[in-house]
Design a protein around this ligand. Structure first.
Ligand SMILES: Nc1ncnc2c1ncn2[C@@H]1O[C@H](COP(=O)(O)OP(=O)(O)OP(=O)(O)O)[C@@H](O)[C@H]1O
Ligand SMILES: [Mg+2]
Length: 280
């Protein structure tokens, strides 16, 4: 029997630390992996873009005024499946076919949903209900949610569909201070009981400084939080992957740039999958 997809929230209550970069590239690398050792099929991955700036949707070229988006799903303008768009990237040999990522675009004014919230029935469960009526959700192995940094209604909708939470930080004081708030919000905004609750912290944008090294050490020695061993380094070419509408593996293949970050993303994805298996 086909398993339920794994719903993963990429989150931190702080902007500009790499949530969208991680959500997109984790999705891309997962889509380049087979479903299992014995499968001939590649993972099917859906990104739900909850970024107020629609970073991932714009990055993948699926952001258009006329397209349906997350807002339309939440307020009942369309059903879940009608807002799914496709992005494919042709990685070339040794792969014979292009890889596919599906995406539900975001919308601006996510925190304004909190005002509308009073007029909606169970506002924190709108996305969950829409997913329950979806004919296509079972096609996916992973649903990666690029969570907004604020907006209680939107965040609680994401937190209520996910049971795996990937917290992304930069190795600086401001990001680490936001981990507590984020964990608290995951607890406060989740009304659905969860099994296999899982939290891991991923350090992105690492540049060697004394402060960064201290934070890395503190996080990796923590007895309370799981911190991934793989650290994503700063890469000056990372913003250019956005400009060129490419995922990092694809960008690396086409330009030969971004080597260290691409290697680190692949290593992180393997570590992430091992961690998910451990949690089963
Ligand atoms: N490892 C990295 N090296 C260099 N630049 C990076 C790295 N990760 C992310 N960036 C850059 O940092 C900027 C912010 O990243 P991103 O949009 O992924 O963050 P975010 O947390 O999603 O932000 P927001 O809160 O606005 O949604 C982007 O220009 C991105 O290209
Ligand atoms: Mg973002």
């Amino acid at each position: 029997m086909k398993k339920q997809p794994k719903f993963i929230a990429v989150t931190l209550q702080k902007g500009g630390i790499g949530k969208s970069t991680v959500a997109l590239n984790l999705a891309a690398i997962l889509s380049m992996k087979k479903r299992s050792k014995y499968s001939d099929y590649y993972n099917r991955v859906l990104i739900i873009d909850g970024d107020d700036n629609s970073t991932t949707s714009k990055h993948l070229g699926v952001y258009k005024e006329s397209n349906k988006n997350l807002y339309d799903i939440l307020v009942g303008n369309c059903n879940f499946d009608e807002a799914i768009y496709h992005y494919s990237f042709n990685y070339g040999p040794p792969y014979k076919k292009p890889f596919l990522i599906d995406i539900i675009p975001s919308f601006s004014g996510i925190s304004e949903l909190d005002v509308k919230n009073h007029f909606l029935d169970e506002p924190e469960l709108l996305l969950r209900k829409a997913i329950m009526e979806s004919d296509r959700i079972m096609d996916y192995d992973y649903v990666i949610c690029d969570c907004p940094q604020e907006g209680v209604t939107a965040l609680s909708n994401f937190y209520n569909i996910c049971n795996k939470y990937l917290i992304v930080i930069k190795p600086d004081k401001q990001s680490t201070e936001c981990i507590g708030t984020t964990l608290q919000n995951i607890g406060l905004l989740t009304t659905i009981q969860k099994e296999n609750f899982y939290v891991g912290v991923l350090i992105n944008n690492y540049q060697k400084t004394e402060i960064a090294n201290n934070i890395v050490k503190k996080m990796q020695d923590s007895k309370y939080l799981y911190c991934f061993h793989t650290i994503l380094p700063y890469s000056k070419d990372c913003p250019d992957t956005f400009e060129k509408n490419l995922t990092i593996p694809d960008y690396r293949k086409k330009t030969r740039k971004c080597k260290r970050l691409n290697v680190a993303f692949k290593k992180f994805t393997d570590e992430f999958l091992a961690r998910l298996n451990e949690m089963e």
